[in-house]
Each structure stands twice: as structure tokens, then as C-alpha cells.
Design a protein around this ligand. Sequence first.
Ligand SMILES: Cc1ncc(COP(=O)(O)O)c(C=O)c1O
Length: 380
Amino acid sequence: MNDLDRLRSLDGAKWSKYGPDVLASWVADMDFPPDPQIGEAIIDVCRRGDLGYNFGALDRVHSTWAAWVKRRHGLDLDTERMTTFTGALHAMEVVMDVMTEPGDGVVVFTPVYHVFINATLSGGRRVVEVPLGPDSTLDSEAFAAACDDTTKLVFFSQSHNPTGRIYTSEELQAFGRVAAEHDLTVVSDEIWADLAHAPNRHLPMLVGDPSLANRTITIGSASKAFNLASLSLAVAHVGDQRVLDAMDAQSAHLHGRPSALSAEGTIAAWGHGEPWLNDTMAKITRNRDHLADRLAAEIPEVGYAPPESGYLAWLDFGATSLGADPASVLLEKAGVALNRGVEFGSNSDGFARLNFATTPEILDMVIDRIVKAVKTGVTP
Ligand SMILES: Cc1ncc(COP(=O)(O)O)c(C=O)c1O
């Protein structure tokens, strides 16, 4: 079976949402099969029939994550402060629930992963958009100016989705001063941590600015780096004692419980998956650079700052004929599905997000279709 046939045969949302003529470059799943060791670890739970109430594996997720982030990113986390959730957004919504009231402000740095915005709105909270500065830098003055007495929480993505920037310690420290001044709780979503392109390195929020430790919830997951989103497992390290106390006062059932299968898969990823991850990073970095080369050579009017981390390209079609919502035009007229920039904040007209974690052949087909659409001047 060729790659496209394999991908189209899957139940995954990425390749099944649109018809057979569309190439899928949207949702943040990779097109590479996961490390076989992960499947083996999951099958092994079934083989030994360990499918009763199995909490041992969940406990080991905490110690495995602590060892992984310590070794790879120099981050010291306390397993006593960890809770496992069924996804990063689950953890974020629980924090929002305990730390804010309806109408309170939640800061996001836009353009931002659209689900941060949707989660805030569906929780009845106010989205406080702080636009990123030039070259996707953190603008701490704009951040300070956006905060008032009803601003309580920040949803932060390190590295940033969709720009792929890894914020520097200077930026994090300037951010930290504003967060302290307004006594904000900070959720640092670091589920992209392991996808930094060399020579860039992931910088955990708490390594960049240790003074944030008592107000930060750090979130990790094997989902992005190991292509395991459907295992539905994320871990939160809760540094903010107010959040820990409020969560302790809630029913644990509200926090859910990922399965032992998810736990064993995650442990296998963090325990043995580094060689697979290194191979995968090499493929992703090649694609990142190939995309840059082809865009520069063939459609230089499309803006692209190659990400420091991750496999998402935040493309600026503002100088083309494609209009404010280029992803919708490309879906309809070119047969490629990208994410719609307009969902990522009010400063995102003319942008679209492309996922390049695929085979070189599929990536070239995707680029061919985009180049043709831009060169022939398609319009909405
Ligand atoms: C920054 C970021 N946070 C959270 C998520 C979603 O995570 P989960 O499915 O664990 O809720 C994504 C998915 O792409 C993401 O990019």
C-alpha cells in the first residue's frame, strides 16, 4: 500500500475529514506511523490481561515524565504535584474552572492555537488577545497594557503554536514580571517541547524564568512528538498552590483518568522512543527547509518564517490574490486542506497553517497545488 492509500484508509480525522481529492495538511498529527515499541507496549498490557483498575502505570507516567524533562530540558518537576488528564485542553479547562469566574479575562498571545480561544469562550470567560510583536516576539508592554483587575489566567504555548517560536529567557522574564504584577496564574503548555529543530533547544518556562514556579502549571504529553494524540494523555505539574488546593477540593472524577493503555504507550515513548524521535526530527527538519526553499524560489510573495520548533508553517498569503481566508480558497479551488488563519486571532487575516510532517512526496504534491493556485491568481 502506498503512503496516500495507507493514510486514507485510517480513521484519523486528518485524512478522513475531506474527500479523496484533497491532500490533508491541517490538524497537528504526523503522517508517520508511530514507534512500533509503543504499539508493542500497549499490546503487552492486553496480552497479560492487565485491564482491570490499573493505577500503577499512571503513577509511572509521572516519574517517567519527570526523568524525561530533567534529562532533556534541565527541568526539575515534583511528581507529588502532578496530575494526569485526558488531554492538554482538559488540564487547561480545569485550571480555568478553578481559577476564574465567568467574565474573567484569559490572556492568549495571538496568533494562537485556535482551541485556546474556543475553550476560553465556551467556558464563558473573556479572551484577552495580546498580539505578538515583530518576528513573533513576546510584547510584554502590550501584555501589561491588556491586563486589568479581571484578568486572572494566561494560556501560553512554549514553543508557540502556530509560529513555532521558542521564547527566550529574556522574553520569559519580561513576561514573568507582568504575570507577577497582576498575580496571574500561568498555564505553560509544553506539549511541543521535544520538537525543537537543532541548533534550537526547548526552553521550559520554569527554566527561562524560575520565579514563575509558584504560579505556573506546566503541561506535557507524548502526543505531539510521538504522534499519539488519540492516546488522550497529558500530565500537568501544578506549581500554583491555589490551583492544587482547589483541584484537591474537587471530585477526582472531574479530572478523568486516562487508560492504562495510554499510560503504557506514553511510558514507552518517553522511556525508549528517543531514537525514533531523532529520526523523525531529521525528516521534519528536512521538510521545513525544503518548504522554505520551494516557497522562496517559486512563490516568494508567500511569507514563511521557518519554525524553531515543530512541524507547522504559519504562512502569510497577504500579498496574494487569495484574500483574508486563504485556507478556505485553497480547500475549495486547489484541493489542499490547511488550517484557517482567521481562527487564530484577530491579527490573522490572510494567514493559513500548514502541517509539513509528512513524506517528501506528499509535501511536494501539497506545495505544487499551492504554487499553482497562487501563480494562477485564484480568488475567493
Ligand atoms: C499547543 C497545543 N496545545 C494543545 C493541543 C491539544 O492537545 P490535547 O489533544 O491533548 O488536548 C494542541 C494540538 O495540536 C496544541 O498544539
